[in-house]
Design a protein around this ligand. Structure first.
Ligand SMILES: Nc1nc2c(ncn2[C@@H]2O[C@H](COP(=O)(O)OP(=O)(O)OP(=O)(O)O)[C@@H](O)[C@H]2O)c(=O)[nH]1
Ligand SMILES: [Mg+2]
Length: 280
């Protein structure tokens, strides 16, 4: 018996090691792709989410781009999801901090697209061939932006609400001599916090290890009183996150067979509501 346990332990250990090697290879392959993109590009557009511009910056890659002497432009996408006065505040702050040009766009509504076209054309000058690499966190709208820049009838890249859709690199010609390279969303090595990645839409509820834990964090992040207001729940000062989640379950009739709140279903409901931008 003891022997068997030892054997299965050994098997498990070997599997873990193999898995570790595979993941390590995948990760290093991934970064190799991004470094290749930077090397290939004359200009790199880093796409940020207007709701979380700081949280979606990749400082490590920015340094790499600048270090390689490539031009870098910060594009703040999804500006349709923030108030106009917010946009100006963020713009001033980032421009002051980075001394870099910042352009606000809504790739979905095709707002600000001409401004990017003008920047690319000015940077291209008389060069025959000009390559623009697009980088950013998963789901910030890189592929949507490429399609908006390419316009009708040009090569299109796939987009989706689900984070992590683009898996490889693809090149799209937008005008004579100008090529864009789409890339898979990349999460900085130093930012692997599941809740942070959920907040910026880079992880969908289906990709989270623990729905309830993340829902409780979302309740703290949003504020219990505000959550109660949104769901028309009677707010009590002494209310905690767990109780709030249970109340959401009851309010939305997400119940277990015994009649008590199904907090797992309530958590999924709340997290999905946030990502549909309905938690305002
Ligand atoms: N509201 C809003 N949604 C946008 C905008 N741009 C893209 N989206 C949405 O964001 C989601 C992700 O868009 P993608 O273009 O697939 O994002 P991506 O960065 O290529 O994602 P990955 O390939 O998974 O890294 C889709 O549901 C888009 O419709 C925008 O300007 N405003
Ligand atoms: Mg994509």
């Amino acid at each position: 018996m003891k022997q068997k346990n030892k054997k299965s332990q050994k098997k498990f250990t070997n599997q873990t090691i193999l898995k570790f090697i595979r993941v390590k290879k995948m990760v290093s392959g991934f970064f190799k792709h991004i470094y290749f993109l930077i090397k290939e590009s004359d200009l790199v557009l880093e796409i940020l989410d207007a709701r979380h511009p700081e949280k979606t910056r990749n400082y490590e890659l920015e340094q790499k781009i600048i270090h390689q002497g490539k031009k870098l432009l910060l594009i703040i996408n999804k500006s349709d999801l923030v108030e106009k006065k917010e946009i100006e505040k963020i713009k001033q702050k980032i421009q002051k901090e980075t001394k870099m040009k910042v352009i606000f766009v809504s790739a979905k509504n095709k707002d600000g697209i001409n401004m990017i076209r003008r920047e690319i054309n000015a940077a291209k000058g008389k060069k025959e061939k000009y390559t623009v690499g697009i980088i950013g966190y998963p789901n910030v709208g890189k592929s949507t932006l490429i399609n908006s820049l390419a316009g009708k009838g040009k090569g299109r890249v796939a987009t989706s609400r689900k984070a992590g859709l683009t898996r490889g690199m693809s090149k799209v010609k937008i005008t004579e001599g100008v090529y864009l390279i789409d890339s898979p969303g990349i999460i900085p090595r130093e930012n692997q916090d599941e809740f942070d990645l959920f907040l910026v839409d880079s992880k969908n509820p289906n990709q989270l290890k623990d729905l309830e834990k993340n829902a409780l964090k979302l309740i703290t992040h949003t504020g219990i009183e505000k959550i109660c207001k949104i769901f028309e729940i009677k707010y009590k000062k002494e209310m905690g996150e767990e109780e709030t989640l249970e109340e959401i379950g009851k309010k939305k009739h997400l119940l277990k067979s015994g009649g008590e709140a199904d907090t797992k279903k309530a958590a999924r409901f709340l997290l999905e509501k946030y990502q549909k931008h309905e938690l305002k």
